[in-house]
Structures are given as C-alpha cells and as structure tokens.
Design a binder for this molecule. Structure first.
Ligand code: ZN
Ligand code: ZN
Length: 250
C-alpha cells in the first residue's frame, strides 16, 4: 500500500516529552476527527451519507457528546437513527419470509444461516464507526512515516533513543510493521531500544505502584508520595496505550 509521507507530525511527537509519541500522534488525529464531526461539515450531503451508513462506536460517541454541540450531535443521530430504523425494518421483513427453524441456533439448514445473518446485520449497525475508519487511514500513514524516518534519517533513531519509549500496544504495532520494512540490523536495533525502554519504564512503574499502594496503609500516612501519585495511571497507559488523563508533553 502507498502511504502519504508527512514527517512533521512524527518529528513533533518524537521531540515532545510525552510517555509515548505514537499515543500523542493518535490523540491528535482523533481530536481532529472528533472536531470535524462536531462542526458544520457534517451537514454536507456526502458526509451525512457516510455518517448514516457507519455511525460511531461507543468511545467516539462519548467524545462527540463531550464536545457539547447538542444540536449538531442530535441532528446526526436523527439522520443515523432513521436510516438504522430502515435496516431493522428490512431485517424484520426478511424474518417473516424465512420462518421455520430460524431459532435453532445449532441446527442445520436455513434457520442457522438466518440467525447468523441477523447477528451480523445487528453487529454491523452497532460496531462500525466513521471516526475509527478515518483515524485508521491517517494513523497507518503516520506509522509508516515513523518507520520510513527510522530507516532513512540517521537523526531519527537518535531522537527516538532520547524519548521515554513507546507504550506496549504501539511497540507491538510498530515492530509488526518494521519486520517487513527494516533490514535485520535495523530491526534488531529498534527492537532492543523499544524493549529496553518498556522494561525500565515498567520497573519504575512497579516500584511506584508499590509505593502508591503502601500509602493506603495508615502507618505510612506520613511517608512522602515520591513519584507514586500517578503510578496507576502510568501503569495503565503503558500497558494499554494512553486512555487515562491528559497526555503530558512537558
Ligand atoms: Zn502509545
Ligand atoms: Zn470509533
């Protein structure tokens, strides 16, 4: 697949002092997409058609709701819910034709296929998300640019070495991509760097989490917090990718 190469956002993320530059890139793309779908552009007919078709996942519904554009959000949902109602009506009328053993989940014959189709139509309605799809396109091209810079610009691996490293999900995605794009020597250097960073971050996090949990013992109430105040957030964001709190860039 051919990706658009835009090095500036990748360099910006790597130069920031955040816990995972890839989480930061993802967040920026996500913020931009959520803002787009909270603005006037969603009234454009072609965008409206796509929103009606795909809808939003629960995570992005929450982010749209938090934008507090109640009327814009409700207008999108009015249009999407109306189209969804059409899909449900079609599903209802298809069930009237099939009849017979359609409720036999594990049986053979026509009924089984109908039940599977019902499930897939319903899961498509609730599981697709236009924001996830948009993010994915941009995000893949940023990841590709990340690997491209690592491969072609000697300053990039050096800059990466002075970051705090990546979260585990993003190390996984990047190493997966790097396997096909880097030569053996480059891959092994990237692998060592990322695993070393994750390992030392985890060691620190484990020590801080231990300190955090000890503070709940009344006998340690007077002990200083040290670095343990945000230990739980850091552990979650390192292991699951950024999902708690704001991304700190300083
Ligand atoms: Zn990350
Ligand atoms: Zn989504």
């Amino acid at each position: 697949m051919k990706y658009h190469i835009d090095t500036i956002p990748v360099w910006d993320a790597v130069k920031s002092a955040c816990d995972c530059p890839v989480c930061l890139m993802y967040k920026k793309i996500e913020d931009k997409s959520v803002e787009f779908f909270s603005g006037a552009s969603v009234m454009e007919p072609d965008i409206r058609v796509q929103v009606n078709q795909k809808g939003f996942c629960s995570h992005h519904q929450q982010l749209l709701y938090a934008q507090k554009n109640r009327l814009g959000h409700a207008l999108m949902m009015l249009s999407h819910a109306t189209e969804t109602l059409d899909k449900i009506k079609k599903l209802q009328s298809s069930s009237r034709v099939s009849g017979g053993s359609r409720f036999t989940l594990f049986g053979k014959g026509k009924g089984t296929a109908d039940v599977c189709n019902d499930a897939s139509v319903l899961s498509q309605i609730s599981g697709s998300c236009i924001i996830c799809d948009r993010i994915d396109d941009d995000f893949q091209s940023y990841l590709y640019t990340f690997i491209h810079l690592y491969k072609t610009d000697p300053a990039f691996p050096k800059a990466l070495a002075s970051t705090k490293g990546l979260c585990i999900p993003h190390a996984s995605v990047l190493l997966g991509m790097a396997q096909n794009e880097l030569n053996g020597e480059q891959y092994s250097a990237l692998r060592s760097l990322l695993l070393e960073k994750i390992s030392s971050n985890l060691e620190q996090t484990v020590a801080d989490l231990d300190g955090f949990t000890r503070k709940f013992d009344y006998r340690n109430a007077d002990q200083p917090w040290g670095n343990s105040r945000d230990a739980n957030e850091r552990a979650i964001n390192l292991i699951n990718g950024h999902c708690i709190g704001n991304i700190k860039t300083k």
